[in-house]
Write a protein that binds this ligand. Sequence first.
Ligand code: ABN
Length: 176
Amino acid sequence: MKWFDNYFEQKTRLAAQSTSRRSALTRIGRFLVGTALILPVLPFDRVSREAHAAPKDKRNDDTACEYWRYCALDGWLCTCCGGTISSCPPGTEVSKVTWVGTCHNPNDGRDYLISYNDCCGATSCGRCLCNGNEGERPGYRMGVHNDVNWCMANSNNSYHCTVAAVVGTAESPRAR
Ligand code: ABN
């Protein structure tokens, strides 16, 4: 193995002779200055994922379509029509049938089951029309379609607006 040692000794000596410590430091310094100047001007996406989503205040404003519970609500918001997030305006009654969607709550990071009941017995409210369609499916699967007048089973079928009540969490039970 003498030839092996000799070979590497020779190579190491050559490398040491041709590269002084000063020149190595100069090259490292140039590299660092170069990256410090170039990196800040490269076209990175500086907008965070959070900023791409709906503005945070709107996701907690129940009169805005971006409110987190409205992810699958198609209709007029009852919160703009004299009702609340989960109760119908005076003079209307809650639909006997409904459809349930799943929305992500950005405040606690959990998914919730939301019942989108229509409020029936008065003409269309006409304020705050929203069209959320998360998890919605075509009309031939009515139970998972939101473009339906859920007042169909009430004595007065006129549709007024829609509420969005939390009816449970969407997480599967933990395996035991
Ligand atoms: N569920 C809201 C709605 C009512 C009537 C027609 C379409 C959608």
